[in-house]
Structures are given as C-alpha cells and as structure tokens.
Design a protein around this ligand. Structure first.
Ligand code: NAD
Ligand code: MG
Length: 402
C-alpha cells in the first residue's frame, strides 16, 4: 500500500512475528508453517506465556524468542535451553526482536504497547505487516511520517483495510469520494440499549463471525473497533474524516467499499478468515493460494446492510468525534478505551461503563486543555499515561460495577 515492491522474489522471506502467541500471531505462523520453503522465522515474541512461546519458537525454528514480562524470562530460558534459540526479555528484548534483520515484521501486539516495537521495525525500512491498529489511532501522524522517511513497505493486516487496499485504484486516488468499512455489528447488533448496558462478559465475548483476541472482541461488541478502524484508515490511506464511513453488514463477506466520482462502487468480498489479509500482506502484491474457504454467493446467506446505530453504540460517536477533532483526542480515546476494556475483561465494570469511561475521560482531559496536537511520539505516550490515570480514577468513581 505504501512503498510497495514485490514478493516472492524467488528466495526465502525471513519473517519476525511480534505478538506470536496471539490470534493474529497464530494465524500468521499457521500460514508460514504450510510453506516452509517460502518462509523462515526470525524472532517471535509474547507478553508472558513462556511455554506457548517456546513451543512456537521450536516448531518454527525461530532464531530469537522474547517475553516482554521479565518475570517469564527464567521459564523461557530453561524451556529453550540446548535448542540454540536465543532468548531475551523486557522492553530491551522486545527492541532487539523488532530490530532483528527480517524481510517482513508482523506487528501483532495488542494495544499501544506495540507502538515502540512497531516503530523500531518501521525504522529498518523493510516490510511491516501491521495488525496493531492502536499504533495508528494513537500516533498515526508520526507513524506514517516514519514509514515515509524510512521508505518502509507498510501492508495492513486488518480485513477491511486489506479490502480497501485491494480496490483502491492508485491511478484514481484523486477520484475517491468515500471509503466504507463494514462492521458485523457484533453480538449485540439486535439488542436494546438497556440489554446492552448490562451484558455479561461471556455474552460480549461471543463474536458471531470472527475468533479474535479478547480486547478486539470486546471492541467489536461496543463497536469501538469500527471507530478505531476509521481512524486507522484515515492514516493508512491519507483520507479526510468526511470521506470515511461504516456500514453494518452482519454476514462479514463484503469487507470494504470504495466509491469513485463517476458513481462506481468497488467492493472486496471474501469469507471472514484473517489468514487471507495476512497472506496478502506477506505476499503483496502477489496472491497465493490460502486455506480460506471459498466464497459461493449462490449458497451464501443473503447479504444485508444497515446504518450503524450511534445511540445504542455510543463508542461510534466518540470515535468519530475524536477523529474529527484530531490532535491528542484519538490517542486519549485509545488509552481510555484500553483501560475500560481491561476493567470489563477483569469484571471490574459493566459493559455500558466502557463508553462512559471513555467519554468522561476525554471531557476531563479536554477541560484541562490536554487534547492539543502532540509534537512527537514521546508526547503521545505522556498523554497516553495521563489518560490512563484519568480513566482509572473515573472507573474507581463508578464503585462496584459488577
Ligand atoms: P491477542 O490478545 O490474541 O494477542 C496479542 C499478542 O500480543 C499476544 O502474543 C500477547 O502475548 C502480546 N502482548 C499482549 N500484551 C503485550 C504487551 N504489553 N507487551 C508485549 N506483548 C504483548 O490479540 P489479537 O487478536 O491477535 O490482536 C492483535 C492486534 O491485531 C490488535 O491490535 C488487534 O486490534 C489487531 N487485529 C486483530 C484481528 C484478529 O482477528 N484477531 C483482526 C484485525 C486486527
Ligand atoms: Mg477489522
């Protein structure tokens, strides 16, 4: 999508996977494991699950395995003793993994915790396959400036953005009227506002179409995920907020639509399977066979589309407002959301509190004049930290929300 060249070049592609033990990490390594002649694994990382990471490192012959949590280092070291696989831990270890020589680094850590390693990978000027949308929501301007400066090939691993990438005609870039991302609507698509407000964790984790990590699954249930994705698309494709829209499409078969000035709308369709956008990001601009089930429109369910409901899903409005406002608002939106979702996952607040905490945190920071344009990534991370403190206080003020 940016600075694209061509793979495969006939030689083996060396791939590092940051966030290897997660949902995207697992799908990436599944694809890599199917084509051992095509790919070689360099570094793999995880937060704290040393046993799972060691198993992946051994299975795929990785050169380096890193746990972010220093407390998990001893377990990783002993499990990989005698294998010849290097081990490291903590932020410094993560930096070494991100900086390791590789033809493609898959950035699949969840949350803003993945920003620093993703920026290190970007600075290497090789291909980066980006799953971590929070990077772009928090620091999109700086992230994309680094991509341009280092001439990095940036490919998206987000199904809707991969869809946009496939139907965005480079020669007609100036004729794009609107880019629409579809949303499944999540498990509460047909629920009333009252029922949604008190939905349980188990209900919120039941995504109808996708199997994903816990944070993005909750983001899909609040529909914050689609709001984050509009901001992601704004930066990835250099679009104005007014050019971005969303549409609820419960079947998750049409992933994105691009409307041009002549009235033509180009859409990308496929079965919902993350291995497809991952394979495309690895092989871009080539397509190679994937294990994704084929789409048969004669037998597929009828495709339906409806407008998103900002009243029942207030996170859509909050994210749109933050996108329009720009500056530090999107970084704060992301940080407050990370805190609120973590609290809900830990059963420390109600589902309806997520939007409340995000909204109240943004208002408080705005009142203190803190949502101006951050001048560098350090300032983004300072705002992220301050927002986390404000959001935690807001949560504490809710009392026992269970
Ligand atoms: P996940 O929770 O399944 O995996 C996250 C990975 O990051 C794990 O390997 C975990 O060990 C690691 N990690 C977590 N916290 C960390 C920290 N503080 N420091 C370092 N490593 C840490 O998440 P996922 O569903 O694979 O999503 C990963 C990213 O991809 C997210 O940004 C998500 O929005 C995006 N994404 C995911 C999907 C999907 O289908 N899962 C689709 C589109 C985009
Ligand atoms: Mg998506």
């Amino acid at each position: 999508m940016v600075n694209g060249s061509s793979w495969p070049r006939g030689d083996v592609m060396r791939v590092s996977v940051l966030g290897a033990t997660g949902s995207i990490g697992a799908s990436t390594l599944d694809l890599i494991g199917r084509e051992p002649a095509q790919f070689a694994v360099q570094a793999v990382t995880a937060n704290s699950n040393a046993v799972a990471l060691a198993a992946l490192a051994k299975k795929h012959g990785a050169k380096l395995a890193v746990v972010s949590d220093p407390a998990a280092y001893a377990a990783l070291k002993s499990t990989l003793a005698g294998t010849g696989i290097d081990v490291a831990a903590g932020p410094a270890g993560l930096e070494v993994a991100a900086a390791m020589e590789a033809d493609c680094t898959v950035a699949a850590i969840v949350g803003v915790a993945g920003l620093a390693p993703a920026l290190i990978a970007v600075a290497r000027g090789q291909r980066v396959a980006l799953a971590n949308k929070e990077c772009l929501v928090s620091a999109g301007r700086f992230f994309m400036a680094n991509v341009r400066r280092h001439k990095t090939e940036l490919l998206t691993i987000d199904s809707e953005h991969s869809g946009v990438m496939q139907v965005l005609e480079t020669r007609n870039r100036d004729q794009v009227v609107k880019v629409t991302l579809t949303a499944s609507g999540g498990p509460f698509r047909t629920w009333t506002a009252e029922a949604i407000a008190t939905a349980s964790l188990e209900q919120a984790l039941q995504h109808p179409n996708w199997t994903m990590g816990p944070k993005i699954t909750i983001d899909s249930a609040t529909m914050m995920n689609k709001g984050l994705e509009l901001i992601e698309a704004q930066h990835l494709f250099d679009l104005a907020p007014a050019q971005l829209d969303m549409l609820v499409h419960a079947q998750s078969i049409v992933h994105a639509l691009v409307e041009y000035s002549d009235g033509s709308v180009l859409a990308q369709l496929a079965q919902p399977d993350m291995r497809l956008p991952i394979a495309l990001a690895l092989n871009w601009p080539r397509r190679r066979p994937t294990p994704t089930p084929r789409l048969n429109l004669a037998t597929a369910p009828a495709l339906t589309f409806e407008a998103a409901d900002e009243t029942r899903f207030p996170c859509i409005r909050l994210s749109r407002e933050a996108m329009q406002r720009g500056g530090g608002a999107t970084a704060a939106l992301n940080a407050a959301n990370e805190v609120a979702v973590a609290a809900f996952l830990a059963k420390r607040c109600k589902f309806g509190h997520i939007a409340q905490v995000v909204s109240a945190s943004l208002d408080l920071l705005d009142g203190r004049g803190l949502l101006g344009e951050p001048q560098n990534v350090g300032a983004v991370m300072e705002l992220d930290g301050e927002t986390r403190r404000v959001a935690a206080e807001t949560l504490a003020g809710l009392g026992d929300g269970r």
